[in-house]
Design a protein around this ligand. Structure first.
Ligand code: FES
Length: 86
């Protein structure tokens, strides 16, 4: 379990181990557009302002990861908190 904070609202949400960031947020009414849900298409790309990402996608380049992008349908937080720029 880790938490995701939405920068624009300041709200935090728990992401359980058996749910993706995009799925867990959608249940709470926070919509990140998704398509493949397998880390391949890039539709669910979000920018991370704080926190370390456990990248599990097959799409982002090293440069994109360095810039803070993550794919919310598969990738997760390594620590306790990710702050998303949305
Ligand atoms: Fe396709 Fe996340 S929905 S990479």
């Amino acid at each position: 379990v880790f938490e995701v904070k939405i920068a624009s609202t300041g709200k935090t949400y728990q992401i359980p181990g058996d749910k993706s960031v995009s799925a867990a947020l959608e249940e709470k009414g926070v919509k990140i557009p998704t398509s493949c849900e397998q880390g391949a298409c890039g539709t669910c790309k979000v920018k991370v302002l704080e926190g370390e990402v456990d990248h599990r996608d097959k799409r982002l380049t090293a440069a994109q990861r360095d810039e803070g992008w993550m794919l919310a349908c598969v990738s997760r937080g390594k620590g306790d908190l990710l702050v998303l720029d949305m």
